[in-house]
Write a protein that binds this ligand. Structure first.
Ligand SMILES: [Zn+2]
Length: 212
């Protein structure tokens, strides 16, 4: 069994989407005498690798803790869209024959560029492609950058189309080390209650065929 950790490290170098709350980790000084280290952490709910729940884009949408864990654990497919320019399109998804109830993660140029600095021209999910996935009824969608939607665009569908169908979105995946293919996804967002998103540790498990 091989485990790919596709979560971004959380530290003072973690890239933050412009305008979001910064990540600050400092030593907490009022610690009990037996402790040598105790940290104080300040961060936004959409820091690093994280999950967007319906409430993120819909005023009365479900909060993250209301989404069953079964949605976040199970078979998934990593699709190679490293040749996609600008956005992941409907044509890209059709070519890969995405099916209803699948968990879909897309690997794009974003993973190859890395996560050490923020750039505006990241590959995003097109509005039409979001409509297509929502209509199809995938279980979950994940992308390898800090937002699923184009920066500055008025087209909100990459969030609204998916979230209005209760399809959670994982953002900030690092798929640079993961070949396209089938895996078991384990995505466990922190159990904050009543809010629209939270950081998650996300791993992909590649079961090795025992007959080989
Ligand atoms: Zn988000």
């Amino acid at each position: 069994m091989k485990i790919f950790d596709v979560s971004l490290p959380l530290n003072d170098k973690t890239v933050i989407y412009p305008g979001n709350v910064g990540l600050e980790i400092s030593a907490h000084h009022e610690m009990p005498e037996y402790a040598t280290h105790l940290s104080k952490i300040t961060m936004g709910s959409h820091t690093g690798t994280h999950v967007d729940a319906p409430r993120h884009a819909l005023p009365t949408g479900a909060s993250l803790d209301k989404i069953p864990l079964e949605t976040f654990v199970g078979p998934c497919r990593v699709l190679d869209f490293t040749k996609s320019v600008g956005s992941v399109s409907v044509e890209d998804l059709k070519r890969e024959k995405v099916k209803k109830t699948e968990r879909i993660l897309v690997k794009t140029q974003n993973s190859l560029r890395g996560f050490t600095t923020f750039y505006d021209d990241y590959v995003f999910l097109s509005g039409d492609a979001a409509d297509y996935l929502a209509e199809l009824g995938v279980a979950l969608f994940g992308i390898d950058y800090f937002s699923v939607k184009q920066r500055g665009s008025k087209d909100q569908r990459p969030h609204t189309s998916l979230l209005s169908k209760n399809i959670p979105i994982i953002e900030g995946l690092d798929l640079s080390q993961v070949p396209a293919g089938s895996y078991t996804l384990v995505c466990l967002p922190l159990k904050f209650t009543g809010i629209e998103g939270a950081p998650a540790r996300v791993v992909l498990i590649n079961a090795i065929d025992e007959n080989l």
